[in-house]
Structures are given as C-alpha cells and as structure tokens.
Design a protein around this ligand. Structure first.
Ligand code: HEC
Ligand code: HEC
Ligand code: HEC
Ligand code: HEC
Ligand code: HEC
Length: 189
C-alpha cells in the first residue's frame, strides 16, 4: 500500500519535472510551487504524547545540555536521530532514580528494549532532507543553520512540537532566499 502511494508521488514528480523541462521555462519551474498539489504535512504544533514525559525545557533549557549531546548525528548524517536508552542512562543511573519515569527507562534499558518514541516530524519518503547540509558549519560546506530556525525554541518546550510546516513551499522559500538548489531532484528521489 505505502509503496504504491509513493510510486504515484514519484510519477507525479517525474511527470511535472519532465513537462517543465520540455517547456524549458525555468521561471515556470521556479513559480510552479504556488500550485502545490499535495501539501499534506502542515502539522505545525503537532505534539504527540510520548511514552516517557521527556522535557526539552528541563534538559536543554534549565540544565543546558547541548542538542548534539543527544542528537549527535545531526552534523554528520542525514538524520539527527533520537538518542538510545544508553544516552539517558549515562546520567540516570545516578540522577532521579527514585522517580517512576526513570524506573521505566531503567527497566527498558536493562531488558534491552528501546523506548518507543512517537515521531513528531515526518516528511513523505519521496523527499530527501539531509540534516548535515543544513547544520554543518559554513567552513565545512554546510549552511550553518541553527536547529531553532526550523524547529523553534525547543529548549523552552516541555513537550516537543512541530515548529514549521515542512511543505515544499517552505523549503523552496528558504532555498530561494539563500541561493540553495531549486532543481527537483535535489529534494526528490
Ligand atoms: C538529553 C537528551 C536530549 C537533548 C539534550 C535534546 N534532545 Fe531533542 N529529543 C530527545 C528525545 C529523547 C526525543 C524524542 C522524544 C520527544 O519527542 O520528546 C527528542 C526529540 C526531538 C525532536 C523531535 C523529533 C521528531 O520526532 O520529530 C526535535 C526536533 C528535537 N528533539 C530537537 C532538539 C533540539 C533543537 C535540542 C537542543 C535545543 C534538543 N533536541 C536537545 C532528546 C534530547
Ligand atoms: C533547515 C531546517 C532544519 C534544521 C536547521 C534542523 N532540522 Fe531537524 N528536521 C528538519 C526536518 C525537515 C525534519 C524531518 C525529516 C524527515 O522526516 O525526514 C527534521 C527532523 C528532526 C528530528 C527527528 C529525527 C530525524 O532526524 O528525522 C530531530 C531529532 C531533529 N530534526 C533535530 C534537529 C537538531 C538537533 C538540529 C540542529 C543541530 C536540527 N534538527 C536542525 C529540519 C531541520
Ligand atoms: C547529561 C545528563 C542527563 C541526560 C543525558 C539525561 N538526563 Fe534526564 N535529567 C537530568 C537531570 C539533571 C534531571 C533532573 C532535573 C531537575 O529536576 O531539575 C533529569 C530529569 C529527567 C526526568 C524527570 C524526572 C522527574 O520526574 O523528576 C525525566 C523523565 C528524564 N530526565 C528523562 C530522560 C531521558 C528519557 C533521557 C534520555 C533521552 C535523559 N533524561 C537524559 C539529566 C540528564
Ligand atoms: C532556513 C533555510 C532552509 C530551509 C527551511 C530548508 N533548506 Fe535545504 N538548504 C538550505 C541551504 C542554505 C542549503 C545549501 C547548503 C550548502 O551550502 O551546502 C540547503 C541544501 C539542501 C539540500 C542539498 C542540495 C544539494 O544537492 O546540494 C537538500 C537536498 C535540501 N536542502 C533539502 C531541503 C528540504 C527537503 C527542505 C524542506 C523540508 C529544506 N531543504 C528546507 C537552507 C534551507
Ligand atoms: C527544496 C526542496 C524541494 C524542491 C527543490 C522541490 N520539492 Fe517538491 N516537495 C518538497 C517537499 C518537502 C514536498 C512534500 C511536502 C508537501 O507535500 O508539500 C514536496 C512535494 C512535491 C509534490 C507533491 C507530491 C504529492 O502528491 O503529495 C510534487 C508533485 C513535487 N513536490 C514536485 C516537485 C517538482 C516538479 C520540483 C521541481 C520543479 C520540486 N518538487 C522541487 C520539496 C522540494
């Protein structure tokens, strides 16, 4: 089922791209996104309940733990990743061990079970989004953007929520402003 949906998406993207390149109007190609056929993911403010009440405000805001301490792959790879129980236990072997939430984490860790965090941001799988290119320092070939440009003030959130629409128009808007690539295949598989 999923596979056939993304196949249809892929066909649409290919078809539109082919028509545009045949027409040879690069202006059409740049303006076409005002007509966005599938703006499916404007979930700004989406804030699912998580299995453990993990607070970014407490860890990142109050305790000033850097984002990369837990999302260590943001600068190195496509995805930022969610930390494993191992990262939590680095502190929670000792910190607040009497609390129910921490007992739950400890138990999962001891049983080798992952914590089933609910995904907040989720682009369709026909879109390519490399974190590395956006957050790596300019000297290293990235855009040098702060996490907050796209995710909002995560360090003030008790429960993390989606901070930007993640629609094609949103990506393109910034890409135009910062002279980043606009060709279809940069972002589409
Ligand atoms: C102590 C570890 C820790 C630190 C520090 C931390 N995070 Fe997180 N982050 C998590 C965990 C665990 C989750 C998954 C649970 C949740 O969504 O709350 C998460 C989820 C997220 C999500 C949502 C992921 C999704 O599913 O879409 C974003 C965005 C995020 N963090 C950004 C940040 C930013 C920006 C910072 C720094 C201001 C930061 N995080 C600091 C552990 C951390
Ligand atoms: C240019 C915008 C942008 C910037 C800057 C950015 N992110 Fe993201 N982030 C996204 C998008 C878009 C997604 C959804 C990716 C997907 O679903 O494939 C995402 C997803 C995530 C997730 C969910 C897991 C994953 O990798 O899909 C985490 C965690 C996260 N970002 C953390 C961070 C942190 C930490 C930083 C700073 C070091 C950061 N992001 C910088 C746009 C951004
Ligand atoms: C670098 C150390 C550090 C790491 C890593 C860390 N925490 Fe914490 N965590 C703390 C501290 C310190 C507190 C207590 C803060 C306070 O009460 O002011 C805390 C508090 C908590 C609480 C609240 C407990 C309560 O009821 O008082 C939860 C839940 C929690 N952490 C979950 C996590 C999870 C899940 C992870 C891994 C994704 C994690 N923590 C990683 C240091 C850490
Ligand atoms: C806040 C600004 C901003 C937003 C929002 C943004 N980008 Fe980017 N993106 C950039 C910049 C700047 C670059 C160029 C980075 C560099 O110089 O390496 C870039 C580069 C890229 C690249 C690498 C292109 C290549 O082939 O070299 C891809 C792919 C990409 N972005 C996809 C996306 C997608 C998909 C979204 C929306 C979900 C998005 N971006 C949202 C600023 C942004
Ligand atoms: C900077 C990144 C970026 C570029 C460049 C880009 N797109 Fe997209 N596109 C996206 C994102 C993100 C989505 C998914 C979000 C949405 O539905 O708006 C999307 C969605 C789409 C969809 C909707 C699919 C559906 O049915 O839901 C089509 C069709 C599409 N793009 C075609 C194109 C074509 C053709 C081009 C070149 C002219 C192009 N895109 C260039 C990021 C990009």
């Amino acid at each position: 089922m999923l596979k056939s949906i993304s196949m249809i998406h892929w066909l649409k993207i290919g078809l539109i791209a082919a028509v545009l390149s045949l027409a040879g109007h690069s202006q059409v190609a740049q303006a076409w996104w005002f007509w966005t056929p599938g703006d499916t993911v404007d979930n700004v403010g989406y804030k699912p309940e998580q299995p453990i009440p993990f607070s970014h405000k407490l860890h990142s805001g109050d305790r000033k733990i850097p984002c990369e301490y837990c999302h260590s792959s943001a600068r190195r790879s496509f995805s930022s990743g969610i930390p494993s129980g191992n990262t939590c236990m680095g502190c929670h072997k000792i910190v607040r061990t009497d609390r129910d939430s921490i007992k739950k984490i400890t138990e999962a860790y001891n049983n080798n079970q992952p914590i089933e965090w609910v995904k907040v941001h989720d682009l369709p799988d026909f879109v390519r989004f490399p974190h590395k290119r956006h957050v790596q320092a300019k000297e290293q070939g990235g855009a040098g953007l702060a996490c907050q440009e796209c995710h909002g003030k995560v360090e003030e959130m008790e429960v993390v929520e989606q901070g930007a629409p993640l629609q094609m128009g949103w990506c393109i808007g910034c890409h135009k402003e910062r002279k980043a690539p606009l060709d279809c295949l940069s972002c589409h598989y």
